[in-house]
Design a protein around this ligand. Structure first.
Ligand code: HEM
Length: 424
């Protein structure tokens, strides 16, 4: 694997730059499969679409996920599970997140969107300021909570579930020692466990909620036939779906509004496409979401570990090597995406405007470990935008000047705004 000069990393350390800037230089100098010594061992950065496809989709048996840190929060939940356990867990949940299974959650998503739209109406009437990022978090959490429990999200639960995000944000900086790491976030984990336990007990007690039985019922029902679905595993799946399913969507919707602030005609073009509720309008709104996910794929780095020796598009990768697949850099490669920094939803509407290689656009990952919630995330984003976009334009009073590249890529700062009645 072509590897960059260690001086590059030393300089980057000294300058205190962002990881994404270093990775971008690594790709520039060493190509789509590039070695870099971030610590004593070699890490391989993978951005070439063919190599991305090989690692994630063609040979996932050779490139495995290792989620030591995430396990602290999500235990053996689907995102961290491996081997046969992962297969069983994925099979159970997959049916709920595709085709007819998904349709069961459609009205809950619509209810959550309607609740947000009503809140935005009130903001618009009173001229009160709102924080777009916080609003999107509330919406995404409400959506997944309703889908899990059958209940709308109340303020107290919303407050307690802030602990999920707090632990998620702390993960990269926690001590390497597992006990010390657990101690550091013990209070937040206890809050999360209490909410999870309450929700599981409510379902066991026959509480289906006004929206009818939810995903949690599927999990507790599974427990009656399958001994592996212990209360601990049900808790782990619940927390996994909360953690994986709300920050990602919320951040995407926040980026989308920040991008519309820079490219207001994109909103007008989407609303000019077809009538409200038409398939044409839906496609145009979904293109806004896709183009946002191209520029800001929430999961911007997908780590893998080589379990055996392999040849990766002509390069030798030894067993034990850590790899970083980086959708963010692939999505901004000018050889794949002309004028890559420009927000242009037409790329996803006009045939021939985007590369069709499966490894060239992968905000939800590809292969067997691709996002479980892909359809769910696209539906909730589209439904919310169909409610909000025609009603208001958002006037930001300040916008974050840069992105924060943590586990997700998110705006680095608050996003205060007021709403103005839409003229178009
Ligand atoms: C996995 C992105 C929304 C649940 C993933 C992966 C990506 C991703 C890239 C694969 C990670 C890897 O290969 O290492 C996103 C984005 C979202 C989103 C960008 C929103 C815009 C959701 C939602 C849910 C969800 C709404 C649940 C309701 C999951 C789960 C996995 C996963 C459970 C693990 C799947 C497995 O390992 O089998 N997501 N996701 N995600 N996502 Fe999402």
């Amino acid at each position: 694997v072509p590897t960059v000069d260690p001086e590059l990393v030393k300089r980057w350390h000294a300058e205190g730059g962002e990881l994404v800037d270093l990775l971008s230089q690594v790709r520039e100098r060493a190509g789509g499969v590039a070695g870099v010594r971030l610590g004593p061992a070699l890490t391989v950065l993978v951005t070439d679409p063919q190599a991305v496809q090989h690692v994630l989709a063609l040979r996932p048996d050779r490139y495995v996920k290792r989620s030591h840190r995430a396990r602290l929060l999500i235990g053996d939940g689907l995102l961290a599970a491996t081997g046969e356990a992962w297969k069983r867990q994925r099979r159970l949940l997959q049916s709920q997140f595709t085709g007819t299974g998904m349709r069961r959650y459609e009205h809950r998503i619509t209810e959550a969107a309607r609740t947000t739209a009503e809140r935005w109406e009130a903001y618009a009437r009173t001229g009160q300021s709102l924080d777009v990022g916080k609003e999107m978090h509330r919406f995404a959490l409400d959506t997944i909570w309703r889908s899990l429990t059958g209940h709308p999200l109340d303020d107290e639960t919303a407050h307690e579930l802030e602990a999920v995000e707090a632990v998620g944000a702390a993960l990269p900086t926690l001590p390497a020692d597992a006990d010390k790491a657990r101690d550091a976030v013990a209070a937040d984990l206890a809050r999360i466990d209490a909410v999870a336990l309450r929700a599981i007990e409510a379902v066991r007690g026959g509480d289906a909620g006004p929206d009818g039985p939810g995903l949690l019922h599927i999990l507790t029902d599974a427990a009656t036939e399958r001994p592996e679905y212990t209360d601990q595993l049900i808790r782990d799946e619940l927390v996994t779906l909360l953690a994986a399913g709300h920050e990602t969507t919320a951040t995407t919707l926040t980026w989308l509004y920040l991008l519309l602030d820079q490219y207001p005609t994109a909103r007008e073009e989407a609303l000019a496409a077809g009538d409200a509720g038409s398939e044409e309008r839906r496609r145009a709104v979904q293109a806004l979401v896709h183009e946002t996910l191209r520029l800001y794929p929430a999961a911007w780095l997908l780590p893998r570990h080589a379990a055996e020796d392999d040849t990766l598009v002509g390069h030798t990768v030894e067993a034990g090597t850590d790899l970083l697949v980086c959708p963010y850099l692939t999505h901004r490669d000018p050889r794949l995406w002309p004028d890559p920094d420009r927000f242009d939803p037409q790329r996803f509407l006009v045939p021939g405007c985007r590369p069709t290689h499966p490894g060239a656009y992968l905000p939800f990952g590809i292969g067997p470990r691709a996002c479980l919630g892909l359809q769910f995330a696209l539906r909730e984003s589209t439904i919310l935008l169909e409610h909000l976009l025609p009603a208001h334009t958002v006037a930001f009073s300040a916008t974050p000047t840069k992105a924060q590249y943590g586990i997700t890529v998110r705006p680095d700062g608050p996003t205060p705004a007021t709403l103005e009645p839409a003229l178009v």
